[in-house]
Design a protein. Structure first.
Length: 716
């Protein structure tokens, strides 16, 4: 009989303070001895969004599966699957912990990844500083998951939790606003979802969505007297309908006017030719402007930038009103979304002239400067020619967390002897380790540049093994961004930007825009997590990435070349394509090795909102495991030099030896998740995997093919 006890002690400390504390944290990089890997690469706030968005970046390709719960909470679990990762990530047993400090309008986040090597579906535990409504989704690439907080003040529970929803407007004159739950295709009756019982007292109907092709319908709940009432219903609907939005039912038809010829509000108000405006007319103007502002804000949140621009232009053409200030701010963002930075600069410049002391002015200034604009102080208070500069600012944050893992084994032996039963007991400790997670970062921002220093490391002190200290240096780099030229340089240990370059590398990378919708990246260094330790390894890579192509499409084209002792070790071309729509997202990646003339990896993954409040997730993946490279032949050759091996064998023989170390791995996933009650959801996962055979290599025994393996799991 074997009994095992497990002890887990935790303590953590988060600091934001002195310069000495920050630089002391940076000095702890000397702990790093052995290169390792962590699943979580970083957790950071995304800048330039209309509401707080936190982005989790992984050191592997991942696929978002589901989140729970769906309503407002201070705790959430996000499930995902590792698609492509090196062995150290797949077999990770040490817990990852990352903390993200609170930003204005956001929350503080504590993320824990409880590593489970044998689990197909992995789990992230998220704790928030207060109750929030979270919408988790696949990020803008294969290595990211985004955490959206569309309503950062969702801890107001009078609507969503107490079900005290506003009453429906009864008379036609009162029907000013409605809530669009979802947009579906015309004629697809199966796509119309089940309407929750909480909306049974409202009118539910469909109407044309207003798209150019007129092939879509809006599912609408309404109608309401005020925008506030409609927003309360939208808040209650977000758990099941993440794309729910408030729309105005009355909007005047006005031809949009460019910012260059639109009269500023101050000119309209002071013009001697302007007619006298009565109180009744002013109230009507405020109502129309509020409706247009609501339309523009909703379209902007859904990245319908042209629709947003049209509505906001109409609002700004009206006489000065209570919505003018917000509309002037948002119209700049709409021009940014349409990749028209020059026109966005004009709108932001006008905003800063009209509302220099407003609460939103710092954010507008930040966007204005990021586009290349120069903030000039008001000529009335500052002499001509004097430029208002941005005060340099230094900030830093960090955390240290330690875990102790201890375990002992007790064995009882019962043996029959002539005198009776002899009992022997053997007890011994077989697990004792202290794991320290370090995560520190500093940032210095000036008028023309933004400099970041990042260090993330995990140190494991194993008191039972002969090797007592192991370090997994996950990130140690300096990032410099020129705000004028928009060129970003990064030096140190870092994750690949994307494309065919996988894993960590030590070196330098550069990213710069080359057109309104494109950016170019280049990388140079040495791989840090190779399967085989080969001498003189060098790595170069280039990538061209485009976003906003064909409205909702994006992708990249990359080329990577890795050499060992001057010999081409890996040369591959990579292609990625991604689509992000209102109710569906899709991502596909292909990696083709030019040396081996073989497909290294092909992945297709997607998720979408189906009928009856259902989320569907699909994954199909076919790849070489590990990825093809010539130096893998060193595993079976008994040599440590690729140059020496090529002197003994032909290139085709060495390529055959390298191919022999890579199995063909196939996997597929189909997941269905449905909310069945306000606080309950059910899910079913269907998984298929098939790993090919591997021959006996050196001290490694032959591994037979697994054959097709099917797994079905259910959760409630």
């Amino acid at each position: 009989m074997v009994k095992t006890s497990y002890c887990h002690q935790y303590f953590g400390k988060t600091f934001q303070g002195s310069y000495a504390g920050f630089f002391l944290g940076l000095c702890l990089v000397i702990w790093s001895g052995i290169v390792g890997a962590q699943t979580i690469e970083s957790l950071r706030w995304v800048e330039g969004t209309d509401y707080p968005v936190a982005r989790i970046t992984f050191n592997a390709n991942v696929r978002f599966v589901r989140q729970a719960p769906l309503d407002a909470s201070d705790f959430s679990q996000v499930s995902f699957q590792l698609i492509a990762a090196d062995e150290r990530i797949l077999s990770q047993v040490v817990e990852d912990n990352v903390r993200l400090a609170q930003v204005p309008g956001g929350v503080a986040i504590e993320l824990s990844y409880l590593a489970a090597p044998k689990a197909a579906i992995k789990t992230l535990n998220l704790r928030f500083s207060n109750k929030v409504r979270l919408v988790a989704r696949q990020g803008p690439g294969s290595k990211t998951i985004d955490l959206d907080f569309p309503l950062p003040n969702a801890n107001v529970t009078s609507v969503s939790e107490a079900n005290e929803l506003p009453a429906m407007a009864l008379t036609p004159e009162q029907r000013q606003f409605a809530v669009v739950l979802q947009t579906t295709s015309v004629g697809d009756a199966s796509a119309v979802p089940h309407i929750p019982g909480q909306f049974q007292n409202y009118a539910v109907y469909t109407r044309p969505s207003g798209s150019v092709d007129a092939k879509t319908l809006d599912l609408v709940v309404g109608d309401f007297k005020t925008e506030f009432d409609a927003q309360a219903v939208q808040l209650s609907a977000l758990a099941r309908f993440p794309m729910a939005r408030v729309v105005s039912l009355i909007a005047p038809v006005i031809t949009p006017t460019p910012a260059e010829v639109r009269a500023p509000p101050e000119q309209v108000a002071t013009s001697t030719a302007a007619p006298f405006i009565t109180t009744e007319v002013a109230q009507g103007t405020d109502m129309k402007a509020a409706e247009l502002l609501s339309q523009g804000r909703a379209a902007l949140s859904e990245q319908h930038f042209q629709e947003s621009l049209d509505a906001l232009n109409k609002a700004l053409l009206l006489p000065p009103n209570s919505s003018s200030q917000v509309a002037q701010e948002l119209i700049g963002q709409a021009w940014e979304g349409l990749n028209q930075p020059a026109k966005a600069i004009i709108e932001y410049q006008l905003y800063l002239k009209l509302y220099p002391q407003s609460d939103a002015a710092p954010g507008v200034t930040k966007r204005f400067e990021a586009l290349g604009g120069t903030v000039v102080a008001d000529a009335k208070t500052v002499p001509a020619g004097v430029v208002k500069t941005v005060e340099p600012k230094f900030s830093y944050t960090g955390s240290v967390a330690q875990y102790y893992y201890g375990g002992n084994t007790k064995t009882d032996s019962l043996v029959n002897i002539s005198a009776g039963i002899d009992q022997n007991t053997l007890s011994r400790n077989n697990q004792s380790a202290l794991v320290t997670n370090l995560d520190v970062s500093g940032r210095y921002r000036s008028e023309n540049s933004d400099v970041k220093l990042v260090l993330r490391d995990t140190v494991s002190n194993n008191f039972m093994a002969s090797s007592h200290v192991q370090s997994s240096l996950n990130a140690a780099y300096v990032d410099y961004r020129n705000l004028q030229a928009k060129v970003d340089w990064r030096v140190g240990r870092q994750s690949a930007v994307g494309g065919s370059l996988f894993g960590l590398f030590d070196g330098v990378s550069m990213t710069m825009p080359v057109a309104s919708k494109y950016k170019f990246s280049a990388m140079l260094g040495a791989p840090a997590n190779t399967l085989v330790s080969a001498p003189s390894q060098r790595l170069t890579g280039v990538m061209l990435e485009g976003d906003g192509l064909f409205e909702r499409w994006g992708g990249n084209l990359s080329l990577v070349d890795q050499t060992t002792e001057g010999i081409s070790d890996r040369r591959a071309v990579g292609v990625e394509a991604r689509y992000f729509g209102e109710s569906m997202s899709m991502f596909t990646q292909m990696d083709y090795d030019l040396n081996f003339r073989a497909l290294n990896a092909l992945t297709l993954q997607g998720s979408g909102q189906g009928p009856f409040d259902t989320t569907l997730t699909v994954l199909v993946d076919n790849r070489k495991a590990p990825s093809l490279q010539l130096s893998d032949a060193l595993i079976s050759s008994g040599t440590t030099s690729l140059r020496t091996l090529l002197q003994l064998r032909s290139l085709s023989e060495v390529q055959g030896m390298a191919m022999g170390t890579a199995a063909q791995a196939r996997q597929a996933l189909f997941s269905v998740t449905r909310a069945i009650a306000p606080k309950w959801q059910g899910s079913v996962d269907f998984r298929y995997s098939d790993v090919g055979a591997l021959p006996a290599i050196g001290d490694f025994q032959a591994m037979p093919a697994t054959g097709g393996q099917v797994n079905v799991s259910m959760q409630l």
